[in-house]
Design a protein around this ligand. Structure first.
Ligand SMILES: Nc1nc2c(ncn2[C@@H]2O[C@H](COP(=O)(O)OP(=O)(O)O)[C@@H](O)[C@H]2O)c(=O)[nH]1
Ligand SMILES: [Mg+2]
Length: 354
């Protein structure tokens, strides 16, 4: 099982619905009436645990600091037939594309022990939450018990019976963000992302049906290590300068790339009158960092595309001089040059992250 990273994409959450309050035994106390009739009220119902799909969140970070969803218990009934207060519902907000699994563990300690064992944990899928606004009752609460008022009868004016509230359900769950692909291609229009994806994919890349999207990522399957392993690569169109400010489809784009493990920045290294490749790489990095510091910590590398064009060699040398630590792989997607080396690097960076 993957462990927590700075960008929370997988987390254990302890969830408990509220217990029902107890009904009570009570009798009216009035002047001159030594023993009044039964007036014990009912317990309140416990609170539910509800998950709401919120398109304004794109990760599970809020659970990182408080990995619990504990609803309130219902209050016990009182005399004067007073009903105990119902427990408040506990709401958890998750991004679209969150899959919920249930652990066989009954408490957190047991869950942690299972995670640490080498055997792995058998998780049961509960629900795939996709639609913005969707609400899902994860755990049903306990019901309040009835007070002794309900147990009066012609033959029994002094009922001593009452019901106890029932227990709310409880469990250890795993919330996991659904991924689009292992690797996301990031680059300005015309950098050569589509050409590259077509070149490295085993088959024609498919349009990914990803629920909350107005963008249409293309996802290709790439075989690595001479066919012994594979990974998925997504070409997500739509990045423009100012994306972090939500210009164009900025946030939509950036939200998508958070659903990849590794980012591959594709740049037209030959450049043009319109674009300076070195500036482009810096701009891309900056957009990502401004959107989310944690996204900037994803493993990444640069693909210098269009090495077949004039000026490419010079620009590559300039870039390597200025940023000697940034891994940059020269290729020509069109001519197929450098693709094998690129695949080797892709394989390395993916296994580093595991
Ligand atoms: N000379 C050259 N042209 C390329 C190369 N890769 C892509 N192109 C061209 O650049 C243009 C934009 O490519 P495309 O893959 O659509 O870019 P995208 O917008 O990033 O998906 C197209 O005309 C491609 O044929 C390359 O390695 N060399
Ligand atoms: Mg394209």
């Amino acid at each position: 099982m993957k462990r927590d990273k700075s960008f929370v994409d997988h987390i254990r959450v302890h969830c408990r619905a509220g217990n029902g309050g107890h009904g009570v035994v009570s009798f009216r106390k009035e002047k001159f009436v030594p023993r009044g009739g039964p007036d014990g009220g009912d317990g309140g119902d416990g609170g539910k645990v509800v998950l709401i799909v919120d398109e304004n969140t794109d990760n599970l970070r809020s659970f990182h600091y408080d990995p619990k969803l504990l609803a309130e218990d219902g209050a016990h009934g009182q005399s004067w037939k007073r009903h105990g207060k119902n427990g408040k519902t506990k709401i958890g907000r998750v991004p679209p594309g969150t899959v919920i699994y249930k652990s066989p563990a009954t408490d957190v300690t047991e869950a942690v022990a299972m995670e640490r064992s080498d055997e792995g944990v058998e998780l049961e899928p509960v629900i795939d939450l996709t639609e913005p606004g969707q609400e899902y009752v994860l755990l049903e609460p306990g019901r309040g018990g009835r007070g002794n008022f309900h147990f009066r009868s012609a033959t029994n004016q002094v009922p001593q019976e009452r019901e106890l509230g029932t227990e709310g359900s409880e469990g250890i769950f795993y919330f996991e963000l659904r991924r689009i692909a292992d690797i996301g291609l990031v680059g300005f229009p015309n950098a050569g992302k589509s050409t590259l994806l077509g070149k490295i994919s085993a088959k024609q890349p498919k349009v990914a049906s990803y629920p909350f999207t107005t963008l249409t990522p293309q996802v290709g399957v790439v075989s690595l290590d001479g066919g012994s392993s594979r990974c998925t690569v997504a070409d997500i169109p739509g990045l423009i300068e100012g994306a972090h400010d939500n210009r164009g489809l900025g946030h939509e784009f950036l939200r998508h790339i958070t659903r990849c493990r590794v980012l591959l920045f594709v740049v037209d290294i030959a450049g043009s009158e319109m674009r300076d490749p070195i500036e482009d790489i810096q701009t891309l990095r900056k957009e990502i960092k401004l959107y989310d510091e944690d996204l900037a910590k994803f493993p990444w590398m640069v693909v210098a595309n269009k090495m077949d064009l004039e000026g490419a060699d010079e620009n590559l040398a300039i870039f390597q001089n200025r940023f000697p630590k940034v891994p940059i792989i020269p290729i020509s997607a069109m001519e197929g040059d450098g693709i094998d080396d690129l695949k080797v690097e892709m394989s390395k960076i993916l296994s580093d992250g595991e």
